[in-house]
Write a protein that binds this ligand. Structure first.
Ligand SMILES: Nc1ncnc2c1ncn2[C@@H]1O[C@H](COP(=O)(O)OP(=O)(O)OP(=O)(O)O)[C@@H](O)[C@H]1O
Length: 618
């Protein structure tokens, strides 16, 4: 924000209508002026001095302007200003139906028509990404004010930090400005999390609208992005705590990835991981006691085995700081599976998988990990396909899943299975390539270390004997030394090239692995769906499924909710339907609890008049 710029900018946005009152409202081409005329009151006679036209000078008149341009012209500078240290507010007001929601939030169903807030959130996270030398901490809050009553629209979200339990009070900050004590602040790590909170808050308003007084009006909303920035060196206690929380959420599956913010943050992430591992090891040791020394041994040997294969292997040319390496096949976990196990054994395998989870590679251990009940594609063993489709012999006792899976792969799932096999083949080929490259890199690194050592020895010897200098006084390289220097240079180039290839091949391997996983999931999902439809779902549900994709209304809601509680709904055909019923169920529950918990005074109105999103920097 330049110092000359006015701290307040005013824009008018005109909502497109079929019959625009051109005779009364005029927007000149400069896009900064608005002329408004009113019809003279004919009852006042000929000498009528009534003012009948006004001209307004504004920062912009947004007539027939897209959402994107509106954001660029109105909001972008405010968002970027926040990163330069300026608090900013984008305030929107107008009469009912004027387009406040459309402008601020946008049409939720179309990405193109999203409003200022989602775009601002996107920009905020893009900026955060660009400023890798800083550590950012972003929190969101969403407040609604109705009839002088404040409501925390995000109070339903757990894990928010709030200075007070439920009671909201406006307080004056010591340094100026006001804030709402008790309003929950929610840490967000990425755009998606932030959008979830926005939509959650919006939904909470909408619930109020339907459940409560339809005739009341005038509610105001304040959506705030609190940005904290720390500059490249020592993490504060709060930041360390934040990283710890992130790591825990990541490990428990609540967070998909930990965004990289700075080197210091990465180091702290590793430190936190190490802490978790050490704690787990300690716990395990305590749990296992002396009778499972083999597990302990395995736990202790694994890191050193990795280190053995990696230290002094792939890594930086000059430094000995880090290394990468592929585990030798002999070091990998081996599963012994006979090509065609007996049916009894297969059943046993399945029941073990479904019931008790896989066993660690140690004997007599009592350690059990929690495992999902899904069958894994690799656990399904080969079996002669049956000619008859399983749904044609729907019986009371469904066939073993492993058998049915083989049938499925040979028939209905043959296409996905084929793609899966293809992807696996590519993956295997790339993995081999990666292994070869790793060997090349490791061999080159060994040569590099050797030549570096030789050169150092040579120079030390030369140092002790005295330096040869040219007539100009420059140090002179001997032939043997020159040869070593050239070799070193070539090896470094070879190493760099191989390392580049290694990195790109590694990316390809990850990508292929992703494809394989995706195909495997698709195959298993399709199989589960088919198996459930063929053998498990009640006829009542099947008759609905036969009419095509399930849509809301096909199955009575209460029936669907019963199915869901039985765990069957997840097996239904259409994912969208599951989402619908889940959302419906959640909304019902939340509405029910709201009706119980909220007093009539806290009832909010149906139509909002003013929305006040704020971007503020602390
Ligand atoms: N610039 C625009 N372009 C296209 N459609 C618009 C525009 N502005 C508003 N609308 C449409 O007009 C209707 C009313 O807009 P909106 O709900 O945003 O009004 P509002 O000011 O938030 O109303 P209220 O105060 O009653 O909540 C919506 O259907 C919206 O999609």
């Amino acid at each position: 924000m330049s110092s000359q710029a006015s701290p307040v900018k005013v824009f008018i946005r005109i909502r497109p209508t079929a019959n625009f009152a051109h005779e009364l409202i005029e927007c000149p081409l400069d896009q900064q002026t608005l002329k408004v005329r009113s019809r003279k009151d004919s009852n006042k006679g000929k000498r009528n001095n009534q003012l009948s036209s006004w001209v307004f000078q504004l920062n912009g008149v947004l007539d027939n302007v897209s959402q994107e341009d509106t954001y660029d012209r109105v909001a972008r500078s405010v968002v970027l200003g926040a990163f330069a240290g300026y608090n900013g507010t984008i305030m929107c007001f107008g009469q009912t139906g004027a387009g406040k929601t459309y402008t601020m939030t946008g049409a939720a169903e179309t990405y193109k028509h999203r409003g200022i807030i989602p775009r601002a959130l996107q920009e905020v996270f893009q900026e955060v990404e660009h400023r890798a030398d800083h550590t950012f901490s972003l929190h969101l809050s969403f407040l609604e004010i109705y009839n002088e009553t404040m409501v925390d629209l995000l109070s339903s979200i757990k894990q928010g930090k709030s200075s007070n339990s439920g009671v909201l009070t406006v307080i004056e900050e010591p340094g100026g400005g006001v804030s709402v004590k008790g309003l929950s602040l929610h840490l967000v790590h990425n755009e998606e999390e932030a959008l979830n909170l926005l939509f959650e808050g919006e939904m909470n308003r909408i619930i109020g609208e339907h459940a409560l007084n339809k005739h009341s009006s005038r509610s105001h909303c304040i959506f705030t992005v609190h940005i904290e920035v720390f500059s490249n060196e020592i993490l504060s206690e709060t930041q360390v705590e934040e990283v710890r929380t992130q790591v825990q959420r990541y490990l428990s599956g609540l967070l998909d990835e930990i965004p990289i913010v700075s080197i210091t943050q990465i180091q702290e992430v590793f430190a936190q991981f190490k802490k978790v591992v050490l704690e787990q090891q300690k716990k395990l040791r305590e749990q296992l006691g002396p009778r499972n020394t083999r597990v302990e041994k395995a736990m202790n040997t694994t890191p050193s085995t990795v280190a053995e294969g990696s230290v002094g292997a792939v890594g930086e040319v000059e430094s000995c700081g880090y290394g990468l390496g592929l585990a030798k096949s002999s070091q990998k976990h081996q599963r012994t599976v006979s090509p065609k196990p007996s049916k009894a054994r297969k059943d046993k395998q399945i029941s073990r998988k479904e019931g008790a989870a896989s066993q660690p590679p140690v004997e007599n251990t009592t350690v059990q990990a929690e495992q999902p009940l899904n069958l894994s594609e690799s656990d399904m063993t080969t079996h002669e396909p049956q000619q008859q489709a399983p749904e044609q012999h729907r019986t009371d006792s469904p066939p073993p899943k492993a058998e049915a899976f083989e049938d499925f792969k040979a028939e209905r799932g043959s296409e996905i299975n084929r793609i899966l096999k293809e992807n696996k083949a590519v993956l295997s080929e790339r993995t081999t390539q990666l292994r070869i490259l790793t060997d090349v890199i490791n061999a080159t690194k060994r040569d590099l270390d050797y030549i570096t050592y030789e050169l150092r020895q040579f120079r030390e010897r030369k140092q002790s004997q005295g330096q040869f200098v040219s007539a100009e006084g420059q140090p002179v390289l001997e032939e043997a030394e020159l040869s070593l220097v050239i070799q070193l240079k070539e090896l470094k180039n070879r190493y760099r090239q191989a390392y580049e290839d290694f990195r790109s091949t590694k990316t390809e391997v990850s990508y292929c692995q992703h494809l394989v996983n995706q195909c495997r999931t698709r195959l298993l999902t399709a199989f589960e769906r088919w198996y459930n439809q063929s053998f498990l779902f009640p006829d009542e549900v099947l008759s609905v499924l036969e009419t095509g994709p399930v849509r809301p209304g096909h199955i009575p809601v209460d029936k669907a909710l019963t199915l869901q509680s039985d765990g069957l709904l997840h097996k239904l055909h259409a994912d969208s339907t599951v989402s619908f019923y889940n959302a419906y169920n959640r909304t019902l529950k939340r509405r029910g609890s709201r009706q119980v918990s909220r007093s009539p005074e806290s009832v909010r109105g149906s139509r909002s008049k003013t929305k006040l999103p704020i971007l503020s920097v602390i």
